[in-house]
Design a protein around this ligand. Sequence first.
Ligand SMILES: NC(=O)c1ccc[n+]([C@@H]2O[C@H](COP(=O)([O-])OP(=O)(O)OC[C@H]3O[C@@H](n4cnc5c(N)ncnc54)[C@H](OP(=O)(O)O)[C@@H]3O)[C@@H](O)[C@H]2O)c1
Length: 242
Amino acid sequence: MSTISLKNQRIVIIGGSSGIGLATAQQAIEQGAAVVLAGRSKEKLLQAQQYLGSDAIEIYPLDNRDEQQLQAFFEHVGSFDHLFTPGASYVRGPISSSSEIAHSCFNAKFWPQYNAVKYASPYINPTGSIVLMSGAFGQRPLADGASYAACNGAIESLGKALAVELSPIRVNVISPGTIRTSFNWEGAKQEVRDESYDHYTKINIVGRVGTAAEAAHTTIYLMTNNYTTGSTLFPDGGYILR
Ligand SMILES: NC(=O)c1ccc[n+]([C@@H]2O[C@H](COP(=O)([O-])OP(=O)(O)OC[C@H]3O[C@@H](n4cnc5c(N)ncnc54)[C@H](OP(=O)(O)O)[C@@H]3O)[C@@H](O)[C@H]2O)c1
């Protein structure tokens, strides 16, 4: 059988207190897994723990941009089976943007995931897996996000390279299109977000924005299919084809 059950598996989700990470935790718990949720805000982690309402959840406040915090976190967690790393908050802008904006995605999304794998991999069981977070705008870029697109491309390449380097641990990447969450991209106001959601429904095949549960289902697939490694999956409603 090439699929594995998550029953009694231990899963670590950095960025698990909301959105796609939280929805993944929920589906993993429904399958009988124990989950460690990490994120910056202890309050959000406590709310997530309460929302999930399970004894099988540990929480750990962590800023994944700090390499030492990541190292201490994985020493604390010890042995586990699957790692998912959606935790990020960044901005994007055109090529004329400041260095701060230009470097934002790499600093908040690429290096934290790279470093998480660096410190996590000694503790991941050989039958386990890693799912990295990218984004479909890397394959079909927007007009104002060159470094953001490049960052997502780098994460997808990182996934392939780590699948080779860390085998038998499987490494895959999820690259969602627009998913309705509270993601803080550009600190945008609700009307800006609504406009962006409306636009997205017109530029993908399925004709709507995705849900966190749909993205989480993709992550669960990547954790549980034993023959899938080095892959990037796109829960994007067909966005990259249009
Ligand atoms: N939503 C979309 O349309 C979409 C599309 C493509 C890709 N993605 C990717 O999906 C990921 C998650 O997005 P989401 O939509 O689920 O957003 P979300 O609801 O805002 O969730 C982000 C999670 O990451 C945590 N986090 C943020 N910065 C962190 C840091 N420095 N250290 C540790 N944890 C941190 C947040 O908690 P704290 O704030 O408490 O730290 C929260 O738990 C992002 O990497 C994003 O690029 C999202």
